[in-house]
Design a binder for this molecule. Structure first.
Ligand code: SF4
Ligand code: ZN
Length: 297
């Protein structure tokens, strides 16, 4: 197999693009996909301050590495969720990554800040682990970005993540989520920071291949609290479709973004935001969902 670009020995084949690349041309392909995502979706420009949410997994570390290589001004944000036997490993990987490259890293330690880790918190507030965790993550991503004067928060969601979440939202006709399913969420309020997903044009296999080529040491283990059965099933279904017709996953997601997204946004309309009485963050009610959750602790 020959590299589609330079004719050298190919290292990876990308059936959906009907292409194969050597390692050097693959790295260029990945950079081009991210640059295209940034430009086409208007995510951010050179000089903007980008807060990269880094869990310690391959996608978020690959994203931080890529943005640095492309010359962007970044800092990492790691949430140490305090999950026994898992969070300390994730934190060590992120800290080692940042230290080796001399990058700024902000860590929010849940046990110090909230008094408990997520593995305790979700039980006490009677939520599922991922619901309590997801709510707290959204809160801290925004709070830290706003306090630190960042222009944008970037997360490592890839094409597989986005396609699986689109399938889940469509199967249950979650119109509110569908309206917000986008690689860019503009800031609707001065204290709500813009959110972007620069890896949405790359598949999970491609981000893993990038991390491997770049020698990135990441956490391979899954979170022990993951309720991922459903999203894994959606990914499996989409992978089967992809095997049958390469490009199916890409077309599903990009077709939605081109055609469906605007329609759902129209249905949902806009919401009025005001300041949370407790923490001051923007919310639709008097007290934000995070503060309401924390009252139950
Ligand atoms: Fe949090 Fe759930 Fe992700 Fe674990 S799997 S880090 S609990 S959202
Ligand atoms: Zn609040």
């Amino acid at each position: 197999m020959r590299c589609t670009r330079c004719g050298g020995k190919a290292w990876i084949d990308l059936r959906r693009h009907n292409a194969a690349y050597c390692d050097g041309c693959f790295l260029r392909y990945v950079e081009e996909q991210v640059t295209r995502a940034l430009r086409k979706e208007g995510m951010f420009a050179l000089g903007d301050r980008v807060l990269v949410a880094v869990s310690g997994g391959k996608d978020s570390l690959a994203l931080w590495d890529l943005l640095q290589r492309l010359g962007h001004r970044t800092a990492g944000l790691h949430l140490d969720l305090g999950i026994e036997g898992y969070s300390s490993l994730s934190r060590r990987k992120v800290e080692a990554f940042a230290a080796a490259r001399g990058l700024e890293l902000i860590v929010v330690d849940y046990r110090e800040r909230l008094g408990v880790g997520i593995d305790q918190l979700y039980r006490r507030v009677r939520r599922t682990p991922c619901s309590a965790c997801g709510l707290s993550k959204r809160y801290f991503f925004n709070a830290v970005a706003h306090e630190g004067g960042f222009d944008v928060v970037a997360t490592g969601h890839n094409l597989d993540d986005e396609a699986a979440s689109l399938l889940g939202n469509l199967l249950h006709w979650k119109t509110g989520y569908l309206a917000h399913q986008s690689p860019v969420l503009e800031s609707p309020h001065p204290r709500m920071v813009k959110k972007v997903k620069p890896l949405f044009r790359l598949t999970e296999r491609e981000t893993a291949a990038y991390a491997l080529l770049r020698g990135i040491d990441y956490v391979v283990e899954e979170c022990p609290l993951a309720e991922g059965a459903r999203s894994l099933l959606y990914k499996e279904v989409l992978n089967r479709l992809e095997q049958h017709s390469p490009g199916a996953k890409h077309n599903f997601l990009f077709g939605y973004l081109d055609v469906g997204r605007a329609a759902f946004r129209e249905v949902e309309g806009t919401v009025d935001l005001r300041d949370c009485e407790r923490c001051g963050q923007p919310t639709t009610g008097a007290v934000c969902a995070f503060c309401r959750m924390m009252e139950l602790l």
